[in-house]
Design a protein around this ligand. Structure first.
Ligand SMILES: *Cc1c(COP(=O)(O)O)cnc(C)c1O
Length: 371
């Protein structure tokens, strides 16, 4: 018997979401973000689909991820967001994001040695407080521009809270980025591409779109706004990942029986308890104990008791006359008219949908792709 869960990835949904993104930022290039194994969806399969759909760039976190795409035959421009390792950049023909002068110099040396010209993007910190040039940016960019073997093609920045209801800090970041853009042009530096928008900014801050946008989460059909009603943004995104498992056992238990470790759930009636093949080792975290639903036969049924390592119990008493051991169990996704979103699960687990997708995707023992 297979363990655990099956992640079903709907590539058509990703194409559909991409179309929506293109509609929102018509004059910007698309830098599709496929880091962290395409947010758990499988980077090679997703990237192949995105290339077919003509995205302009792919972006990954580390060069190892880019190497995997190259080895799968993907030859589109790939931006490496966090890892400017000079040897990998040259070997795999990648576009590094330069975060300081030091990394620019070592890249320049390697490029000269190999007699290559490398296109780079430079990151400036307009308020994220993570990576990028900070203070004297113009001077640093001018110095980097004078290095041999590298050419600055793009300048980028990243938002710290573009998903917030209060857009004032995001607008400050955009203003800083615009000022930098003006000063660079005054200094006579011609740079092709300015980019800073992530999913939330693509949806809510059109003034952040510049020459290119970097969608991640919305490509996979999940809104970055935890509570979508806080913003009037009803994009018809399609969630690409569904997570499914199956029933291991159906058990009739008497009233007043305790269920699972710690006896945190006691039945209040004669009950039908289903044991399903998913647990925290599959990314179905312990926060879901007595605190989530799954779909069976098109109904929402509650998780009861603690989530275990490989198994979880659900209360099937309300559907006891129709449920069978062969029934499919949907942890996340659609079944009949019911839908469990990544946002719903994130909310219950006290986290964000990004973490739900990456952990389900990483831990699912099988992935299947639907075209
Ligand atoms: C992850 C990432 C993105 C994409 O963010 P989403 O919120 O998923 O759209 C964009 N830019 C950078 C620098 C990132 O690290």
């Amino acid at each position: 018997m297979y363990r655990g869960s099956l992640a079903e990835i709907d590539l058509t949904a990703i194409s559909y979401n991409l179309k929506i993104i293109k509609g929102m930022s018509k004059s910007s290039a698309i830098m599709a973000v496929v880091k962290a194994d395409a947010y758990g969806h499988g980077s090679v399969n997703v990237a192949k689909r995105l290339v077919q759909d003509k995205v302009d760039f792919l972006s990954v976190a580390f060069s190892e991820e880019a190497k995997e795409l190259r080895q799968a035959g993907i030859d589109s421009p790939i931006i490496v967001l966090f890892d400017p390792d000079p040897v990998d950049i040259i070997t795999y023909n990648l576009i590094p994001v330069i975060i300081d002068k030091k990394s620019a110099i070592s890249l320049s040396k390697e490029a000269e040695k190999k007699n290559k010209q490398i296109n780079v993007h430079i990151k400036v910190d307009t308020g994220m407080g993570r990576l990028g040039l900070i203070g004297d940016e113009i001077q640093s960019i001018i110095e980097i521009a004078s290095l041999k073997g590298i050419k600055i093609n793009g300048i980028m920045s990243h938002f710290s809270d573009s998903d917030s209801k209060d857009t004032s800090f995001a607008l400050t970041q955009i203003r800083r980025f615009n000022e930098l853009k003006t000063e660079l042009s005054k200094a006579g530096l011609n740079i092709d591409i300015f980019h800073m928008a992530n999913s939330a900014a693509i949806m809510s801050l059109p003034e952040s779109h510049f020459d290119a946008v970097r969608p991640g989460l919305i490509l996979y059909g999940v809104s970055p706004f935890e509570n979508e009603s806080t913003k009037n943004l009803d994009l018809p995104l399609l969630q690409a990942m569904s997570l499914k498992t199956r029933l291991v056992s159906l058990r009739k238990v008497p009233n007043n029986s305790s269920i699972s470790y710690g006896k945190t759930f006691i039945t209040k009636r004669e009950s039908l308890i289903g044991v399903i093949a998913i647990g925290y080792a599959d990314g179905f975290c312990r926060m879901f104990s007595n605190n989530a639903h799954v779909l069976i036969k098109g109904y929402r049924v509650p998780v009861v008791g603690r989530v275990c390592m490989d198994l979880t119990m659900v209360d099937l008493t309300d559907i006891k006359n129709i449920v069978t051991e062969q029934d499919e169990v949907v942890i996340m996704g659609r079944q009949g008219n019911e839908f469990i979103s990544a946002c719903e699960l994130a909310h219950k687990a006290g986290t964000i949908s990004y973490e739900i997708l990456t952990s389900f995707g990483k831990m699912a023992t099988r992935k299947v792709y639907k075209d």
